[in-house]
Design a protein around this ligand. Structure first.
Ligand SMILES: Nc1ncnc2c1ncn2[C@@H]1O[C@H](COP(=O)(O)OP(=O)(O)O)[C@@H](O)[C@H]1O
Ligand SMILES: [Mg+2]
Length: 506
């Protein structure tokens, strides 16, 4: 007699069905888990034994085999405890076999039979919903699961609650989806940034079109401050984006209070971050910072201080919008379509170009410092702006600049223009200019003859790479969308886009 329970294995954000088969046979007393389990799954045995013992149940003194099928799917994580325990309970005729087979089950067990939170409940719930199955998940993850359509959900605190529910002596109600309050208070307002008009304009363009931006300037000029204002001018996530982003955060165990994320992610990893932390990976494959920044912003402050290998690993995701994590015998993909915002000092001492303060090694030290960022990396950044030191008299003045709310309105309007244009061309999966490529880019960014001439001349004299050329075109499109919504790009749009391209570094 074999009892079957369904659970899942995660492969990037893809979810695969895994059958947990439990068989009790006569013979030597034994308890085995087979089917390519990793260490955490192998440890399930002890947790399951402990949890059942806490309920006053002991495993039958027979040969117990748990098979996780299909055998060629890698099973990682601790969420197999609960399906294995339920499979055993069914095999022991404590729970009804047929009823159990209708559920997708995941959860970790404590030795006291409590059911602990696990990662990836939202994608698992979406998977269950797509297959018209019900879900059993930990109570702590119930609110998260409730976002996945109207899939029936049981979210027990412990094993006893679940058994009582199945036996009809206690009823578990479906958990409710809720939007967690997302704190607003930490986002500084653009109005607080004095001066820096060019940098503010570049930030607005970057926000409107989703372009990458690099700010270069002396310490204390407001680079980090400008970047931290960005979340305040970006539009909220669309429902589709919110679900996608939340699934990634769920897999990383970073979904706040089990609610859906509605604000665009803003990730600012420290420059000591390791490669797996940034790109994804680790002992149990987890999405890295670049995937947590999917549909949002990755802010790399003090860019040259990041390890070279770490920075170079960003090159591919910046082009493909995907993080590829290599494992021993397979690859895992996570979405990673993020907007890169970076800041750096011009040199180690930070005052290159300021005769009063620069160190004795200038200008050589500047070249050395900036060489830490490779050419291909610079090439992938659409907008380069110099953020000069702010003048003292500006600092003391009353803030007169625009508030983030006003800039956010313009950004939202420009994004709307872009979306409508893509829709009118029958393109539904692209919302912003930064994601337009090839023929689509040519279609959305026609040039006036004079603009084409200017662009070609500039591209030739500055030896722009093909990539830089197309990035420039996208930025010019966004500038037009922000300013006059002209159908064809004018020389003014091209000239402004060119002004944000640092063609030759110091
Ligand atoms: N342009 C500015 N307007 C107002 N305050 C500023 C400006 N630039 C810097 N500051 C102040 O200096 C602090 C440090 O700025 P920061 O953004 O960290 O500089 P950077 O990153 O360029 O070294 C900020 O928290 C802010 O209080
Ligand atoms: Mg800084």
């Amino acid at each position: 007699m074999v009892a079957r329970v369904k659970t899942v294995a995660f492969h990037g954000i893809d979810v695969r069905t895994v059958d947990v088969e439990v068989q009790i046979l006569g013979g030597m007393v034994n308890f085995n888990i087979v089917g390519l389990p990793d260490k955490a799954v192998a440890e399930s045995r002890e947790r399951v034994r402990g949890a059942l013992h806490a309920l006053g149940l002991s495993l039958p003194p027979q040969r117990l085999t748990v098979n996780l099928a299909p055998a060629d799917v890698v099973k990682e994580g601790s969420h197999f405890d609960l399906p294995i325990a339920l499979g055993l309970l069914a095999a022991m005729d404590i729970l009804p076999k047929e009823e159990l087979s209708e559920y997708v089950v995941l959860g970790e067990l404590g030795l006291d039979s409590s059911i602990r939170a696990v990662t990836g409940v939202l994608p698992a719930a979406m998977h269950a919903n797509a297959q018209s199955r019900a879900l059993i998940c930990p109570a702590a993850c119930g609110a998260e699961a409730a976002w996945a359509g109207d899939v029936p959900i049981l979210a027990p605190q412990d094993l006893l609650q679940l058994i009582n529910h199945m036996k009809g002596t206690q009823v578990l109600t479906r958990p409710q989806a809720h939007v967690p309050a997302q704190a607003n208070e930490n986002i500084p307002d653009l109005q607080q940034v004095r001066g820096q008009e060019t940098a503010k304009r570049a930030l607005e363009i970057a926000a409107a079109g989703g372009h990458n931006l690099l700010m270069i300037g002396p310490p204390g000029s407001g680079k980090s401050m400008l970047a931290s204002c960005l979340p305040g001018i970006l539009p909220p996530l669309s429902p589709r984006e919110a679900l996608e982003v939340s699934m990634i955060h769920s897999l990383a165990g970073q979904l706040p209070e089990g609610g859906l994320l509605t604000r665009r992610p803003f990730r600012d990893p420290h420059h000591s971050a390791s490669l797996p932390a940034l790109v994804g990976g680790g002992h149990r494959v987890k999405p890295g910072e670049i995937s947590l920044a999917h549909n949002g912003v990755l802010f790399l402050d003090e860019l040259p201080e990041f390890a070279r290998a770490t920075l170079e690993a960003l090159r591919q995701p910046l082009e493909t919008g995907e993080a590829l994590v290599a494992r021993v015998n397979h690859h895992v993909r996570f979405p990673a379509r993020f907007q890169l915002i970076a800041a750096m000092n011009p040199c180690r001492c930070g005052y290159l170009g300021d005769p009063a303060q620069e160190c004795t090694k200038a200008p050589k030290c500047g070249g050395e410092y900036q060489d830490k960022i490779s050419g291909p990396m610079f090439d992938r950044i659409d907008l380069h702006v110099d953020v000069a030191a702010v003048r003292i008299q500006d600092l003391g003045s009353v803030p007169t600049g625009e508030t983030s709310a006003i800039v956010a309105q313009r950004v939202a309007a420009a994004r709307d223009v872009q979306k409508q244009r893509f829709l009118s061309l029958g393109i539904e999966d692209i919302d912003i200019n930064a994601h337009a490529d090839g023929p689509i880019l040519e279609q959305i960014a026609p040039l006036e003859p004079a603009a084409r001439e200017l662009l070609n001349k500039a591209a030739e004299s500055a030896r722009l790479s093909a990539r830089a050329y197309f990035r420039l075109l996208r930025v010019a499109r966004t500038i037009a969308d922000l300013t006059d919504q002209a159908p064809a790009l004018t020389p003014a749009h091209i000239a402004e886009a060119l002004s944000y391209r640092r063609l030759q570094l110091a």
